[in-house]
Design a protein around this ligand. Structure first.
Ligand code: COA
Length: 330
């Protein structure tokens, strides 16, 4: 989609739990090794939320940092969207809990369940309220407590995931050139079951049996997801640039979803993007789903990797299967 919307990221924030889980620690739970994990995924360690922490508390920390960065107070927020697949409760929405935690007004607050694409989708969706003057300042959050839905007995998944939160405040651009230039969002529901949590929902309500059979954890067909991811990440990267009428060479920074270093390297290499232009933090945080691009964007801003006028693209994919991209001139 060609967008051309005069919407800017006014501020960003992130929160990473203190507790570091190394690959050697993972090898105490399942039959794996540091070398296997590094070679196949690029992950060295990930974070795990601890006592007293939850998706909402992580979202709150990240949001407060984003608000401070944007110079916006909680009562100036007009809409809150939280991308998450690990809400604190089935209901109410995490965004409603966050609204109260931050001390915002009674503004609309809802969750977006698009898995790892959720943050990009939430940005695209939230920006429409800004463009249409239905909201001035929107808080967009990606927050995940993935280790609560990760089966620590399944070596095919447990090594991948970590906990984190990232946030951004978006508003109408204060500088003419800052724009959301193009974006994509899509889903292939025909392949929904490649990543799913079979139990605990309306189809298989929680019972002793669903717990005994570990159906309340995430199940994934890793190899098939891998193939989808490499192809899709490459094509949305290239297609989004084409829709905006910019060359891939002109990109200053690519902020990809951190799912597997090999997926990122393969997609970027095929698109002709050198790795020095790519944000990589999977070595430190693993895959934090909806928080992944949010944290990546925040860290890139903090490290001074993004300057006025740069072209920055986020690319993500995840359960659903879903995908999303957003190309901005910042
Ligand atoms: N440690 C050691 N061996 C492992 C392992 C682990 N943690 N996990 C799997 N293996 C084994 C498998 O059992 C298999 O053994 P077998 O050949 O005896 O059956 C072998 O390694 C190869 O398994 P495979 O699934 O083909 O490995 P892979 O190279 O595809 O890597 C993933 C597995 C999960 C790392 C990879 O498929 C992946 O990253 N997929 C995408 C996942 C993703 O991005 N998900 C999130 C979407 S947002």
């Amino acid at each position: 989609m060609k967008l051309g919307w005069p919407v800017e990221i006014a501020g960003t924030g992130a929160y990473l739990p203190e507790r570091v889980v190394t690959n050697d620690e993972m090898a105490q739970y399942v039959d794996t090794s540091h070398d296997w994990i590094v070679q196949r995924t690029g992950i060295h360690e990930r974070r795990r939320a601890g006592p007293g922490e939850s998706t909402v508390t992580m979202a709150k920390h990240a949001s407060e940092a984003a608000l401070a960065d944007a110079g916006v107070t909680p009562d100036e927020i007009d809409l809150i969207v939280v991308a998450t697949i690990t809400p604190d409760y089935q209901l109410p929405a995490t965004a409603c809990l966050l609204q109260a935690e931050l001390g915002c007004r009674w503004v609309p607050a809802y969750d977006m369940a698009a898995a790892c694409s959720g943050y990009v989708w939430a940005l695209i969706q939230a920006a429409q309220y800004v463009v249409n003057d239905l909201a001035q300042n929107v808080l967009v959050v990606g927050a995940e407590y993935l280790t609560t839905i990760t089966d620590m007995q399944d070596r095919g998944t447990c090594i991948l995931f970590g906990d984190a939160a990232g946030a951004a405040v978006i508003r109408r651009s204060q500088v003419a050139d800052r724009r959301m230039l193009a974006g994509q969002w899509g889903a292939d529901g025909y392949r929904s079951m490649l990543i799913n949590i079979p139990g605990g929902g309306a189809k298989e309500p929680a019972s002793h049996r669903t717990v005994d059979e570990r159906l309340h954890f995430m199940h994934m067909k890793g190899r098939e997801v891998y193939k989808f991811a490499v192809t899709q990440m490459h094509s949305i990267l290239v297609d989004t640039c084409a829709e905006a009428g910019v060359s891939v060479d002109d990109l200053k920074l690519v902020v990809p979803h951190q799912s597997n270093l090999r997926i990122i390297e393969s997609a970027c290499k095929r698109a002709g993007v050198p790795m020095e232009k790519v944000v990589v933090n999977i070595n430190r945080y693993g895959n934090s789903s909806a928080a992944s691009c949010a944290v990546g964007l925040h860290e890139a801003r903090q490290e001074g990797r993004i300057q006025e006028g740069d072209l920055v693209i986020m690319v993500a994919f995840g359960a659903g299967l879903t995908w999303g991209s957003l190309l901005m001139r910042v």
